[in-house]
Structure formats: structure tokens, C-alpha cells
Design a protein around this ligand. Structure first.
Ligand SMILES: Nc1nc2c(ncn2[C@@H]2O[C@H](COP(=O)(O)OP(=O)(O)OP(=O)(O)O)[C@@H](O)[C@H]2O)c(=O)[nH]1
Ligand SMILES: [Mg+2]
Length: 431
């Protein structure tokens, strides 16, 4: 290596983050500890290194600084000691609170919504997802533009940089509003396009995988369809909708949709922007609510996901609770869950346990107890014809052509296996 002249490799900026939670009388400390664990995972997913955290007990929120100026000073000292350059709040800060805190702390302050938006921006791959995320970010940014300007003027410092006049801020606000309008229009074309895709589904029933983020929806998708979608131990790995046929020989075609996960207090900007994506859930015939049975806060996660689902879907639509990751639980724990949730299905998407039962439940639910089918069989196969007639309710012969008989009729789903096992029989499902 040449002495005295070296190219320093570009340093990768890893943000050193400090987390702040607030425990109010209606949210006990234990709950806030769980929430901060989730915030830590969110921060990690966003690429930050968490170097410290604090939970402050308060009787009420401080209007100007959320945590109070005294606590803010203490945090500043701690952050300076730890070399922190990003403070993340497990709360939604008002634009003014964020501004005031940055003044006291002299580092970048973001809240939970901003962190989630950042992860969404990192994970957005398709054009639709990118537009949806940008829209959500702009809606969030609009009332906070002043904070951005404060940043700029502080960075520049010195004479003549006393912050832009109100007019420049107004111009920027208008630009952002225009862009929001444009993105909303772009999203409408995506909605129309997905209508067309939906029609091409040819009446096949659709099952949506829903649930809290990181519960194993994509892993389940890969296990029951031939999709090869990203499944990773990070939050919001999936943002785009993916539809595939369920692998099941014994039933009529069923489409499975994998989509974005939910989280406690999903920022409403995101729900609004992701309406096109979420409409796939709304239109589904059945929702499989996937639960991480091994997560300590799975009950809260069920509630949070159900709450989000209520805002998207009619309550009378079918739903099955699917407890995943049972490979991580002992037999006692699984038995306890079975007693507590008698209608649920228990699986390990990763190990393949319980998937056959799940598929049967899906079939039963989307088709009801019966299916209407058209059966083709060679007319010389007298024995086969007799079997087909015995399995169908009210079989009608619709035609005999080129030595092939065509029957139509209704069959109990429990008899489907027997019909499919007959040799020389061709079945078409009339949904
Ligand atoms: N032990 C175990 N781990 C599982 C199982 N299913 C999924 N996982 C793991 O859980 C993590 C999350 O899985 P994903 O399938 O990405 O979860 P997701 O619900 O699609 O997550 P998002 O798309 O981020 O909302 C991954 O690390 C998987 O390997 C399971 O049955 N057992
Ligand atoms: Mg996923």
C-alpha cells in the first residue's frame, strides 16, 4: 500500500439510536417494555444500532416536549455520552414537539410513524409500493415542513441564513400538495388494473393471508403454493401483494394472496396509501389470520391485527385463526392454546406441520359443504359411470360425444377425494 496517500473507503453510516418510551397511567410499564422491544426490532430493521433506551413514567404528556424539558436535558447528557445521533420515540410526536425536542437535544428526533415509513421506503420494490410509500411520507411531512427548514438553516448557520421566509415555505407546501394529488391519481390507475386482474381470476375463491408483521405469512405462502417469496426475520419484509394457486390436488383451484403485515397503531397515512393493496384483503372470500404463537405478546398482536382488519373488511367475512411456529412450543403450551382457541388451526409453516388440516379447513370454508362439478368419463366405462353417479347428488347427463359422457352435479366436499381417485375421470369445477 502506498504510504501517505490512501483512499478511505466510504464509511457506511450506521445510526446510533436511543429509544424513548413513556409509561402513562393507562399504559403500565410492563406494556411499554414490550412496546420498546418492538421499537428496537423496528429500529434494527431500519438499519440503526440501538445503543440505549429509557422509559419515563408520567401522569400526563407534556404539550411542548412530550417528556418534559428536565427529562429532555437528562437524555441529552446520556446521548452525548453514548455518541447517539438519532432519538426514536415510541409515540406520535406533534410537529411542534419534534421541533422543540430537536432544539433541546441537538440531534435528529423521529417518532414511531417516521421509523415505520422509513422501513416501508426501504422495502418498497414495485412501482405501486413505491408510490404508496411516497404518498404516505408526503402526507406525514406536509405539516412538518417547517422542521425540515429549521434543520437546513441550523446546518448552514451564520449571517444571512436566518431561515427562509414564510413565502418559500408556502411554495414548498404547495409543491408537496401538488405531488400528493399526482400520486393519488397514479394510484387510481393501479386500482383499476387490479380490478382487471381480479376479473381474470375466473370466479376462483381467494384466500388472503393476514396478520401481524413477522408472523410467517410469506413462509406459509411458500409452503402451500409454489411461490418463492421473501420470508425473513424482519418487520415488513412483504409490501406487495402476491397471488398464487394453492397446491392441493383434491380441491378446486383456490388462490392465495400474501400481503403487507399489520402492526399495532399502523400509521393511518399508510393504511390510506395502501388502500389499493389492502383491497385484495377486502375482496377475499376468506382470511387466514396468521399468528406467531411463540411471540410473548401474541394476544396483543391478534387484537391489533383484528382491529386493522375491521377497518378494511366486512365483519361477516370468513376468518380462521392460524397459530404458526408451533415447532417452537412445548406440547403443554400447544394443548393450552387448543383449549383456548378451539376453532383455530395449529401449524408450523417452516416445518410443514398441520398444513393438510389447514388446506382442508380452507376448502371447507370457501366451498361450503358441496361443490358443483362437471365430470367427463368414457361411455364404455360402465363401472366408472356407476361410481360417478353414486357420488354426485342429482347427476344429470348433459351430453355424450365421441364416446365421452359428461355429467353435471353437486358433490359433498368430503367425497371429492373418492371422485378424484377414479381412473379415467376428468373433473371441471363450476364455481
Ligand atoms: N420457527 C419457525 N419460524 C418460522 C415459521 N414460520 C416463519 N418463521 C420465521 O419467521 C420469520 C418471519 O417470517 P415471514 O414469512 O417473513 O413473516 P411475514 O408474516 O411474511 O412477515 P412480513 O412480511 O415482514 O410482515 C422468518 O424468520 C421465518 O423463517 C415457523 O413455522 N417456525
Ligand atoms: Mg411477508
Amino acid at each position: 500500500m502506498k504510504k501517505g496517500f490512501q483512499y478511505a473507503p466510504e464509511e457506511k453510516l450506521v445510526e446510533r439510536a436511543y429509544l424513548v418510551g413513556v409509561s402513562l397511567p393507562d399504559s403500565p410499564r410492563r406494556v411499554e417494555v414490550d412496546h420498546l422491544t418492538e421499537l428496537r426490532q423496528l429500529a434494527k430493521t431500519a438499519g440503526a444500532e440501538v445503543v440505549g433506551s429509557t422509559i419515563q413514567g408520567r401522569t400526563r404528556i407534556d404539550g411542548a416536549t412530550f417528556i418534559g424539558p428536565g427529562k429532555a436535558q437528562l437524555i441529552r447528557t446520556e446521548c452525548e455520552r453514548l455518541g447517539v445521533n438519532l432519538l426514536i420515540f415510541d409515540a406520535d410526536l406533534s410537529p411542534a414537539q419534534a421541533r422543540n425536542l430537536e432544539k433541546i437535544l441537538n440531534i435528529n428526533v423521529i417518532d414511531r410513524t417516521e421509523l415505520i415509513l422509513d422501513i416501508f421506503a426501504r422495502h418498497a420494490k414495485t412501482q405501486q409500493a413505491k408510490i404508496q410509500v411516497e404518498l404516505a411520507q408526503l402526507i406525514y411531512t406536509l405539516p412538518r415542513l417547517r422542521k425540515l427548514w429549521d434543520h437546513l438553516s441550523r446546518q448552514q448557520g451564520g449571517i444571512g441564513t436566518r431561515g427562509p421566509g414564510e413565502t418559500q415555505l408556502e411554495v414548498d407546501r404547495r409543491r408537496v400538495r401538488d405531488r400528493i394529488g399526482r400520486l393519488r391519481k397514479d394510484l387510481q390507475t393501479f386500482s383499476k388494473r387490479s380490478e382487471v386482474v381480479r376479473e381474470s381470476r375466473n370466479g376462483c375463491p381467494v384466500v388472503a393471508l393476514v396478520g401481524y408483521t413477522n408472523t410467517g405469512k410469506s413462509t406459509l405462502m411458500n409452503a402451500i403454493t409454489d411461490a418463492n417469496t421473501l420470508a425473513e426475520n424482519q418487520l415488513f419484509a412483504t409490501l406487495d401483494t402476491l397471488t398464487r394457486k394453492m397446491k392441493a390436488k383434491t380441491v378446486a383451484p383456490v388462490l392465495v394472496v400474501d400481503t403487507v403485515g399489520f402492526i399495532r397503531r399502523l400509521p393511518h397515512h399508510l393504511v390510506e396509501s395502501f388502500r389499493a393493496t389492502l383491497s385484495d384483503i377486502a375482496k377475499a372470500d376468506l382470511c387466514l389470520h396468521v399468528i406467531d404463537a411463540a411471540h410473548p405478546a401474541f394476544v396483543d398482536q391478534i387484537d391489533a391485527a383484528d382491529h386493522t382488519l375491521e377497518g378494511i373488511k366486512d365483519s361477516d367475512a370468513g376468518k380462521i385463526y392460524v397459530f404458526n411456529k408451533i415447532d417452537l412450543l412445548g406440547e403443554d403450551k400447544i394443548q393450552g392454546l387448543r383449549l383456548r382457541y378451539p376453532d383455530a388451526v395449529f401449524i408450523s409453516a417452516a416445518q410443514g406441520d398441520g398444513l393438510e388440516e389447514l388446506k382442508q379447513r380452507i376448502t371447507k370454508s370457501v366451498f361450503g359443504k358441496t361443490l358443483t362439478v362437471e365430470v367427463k368419463i368414457r361411455s364404455v366405462d360402465g363401472k366408472g359411470i356407476a361410481r360417478v353417479k353414486s357420488l354426485l347428488r342429482n347427476p344429470t347427463t348433459s351430453s355424450v360425444e365421441n364416446g365421452v359422457c359428461v355429467f353435471k352435479g353437486v358433490i359433498d366436499t368430503e367425497h371429492m377425494k373418492r371422485l378424484e381417485s377414479l381412473r379415467g375421470v376428468h373433473i371441471r369445477y363450476l364455481l
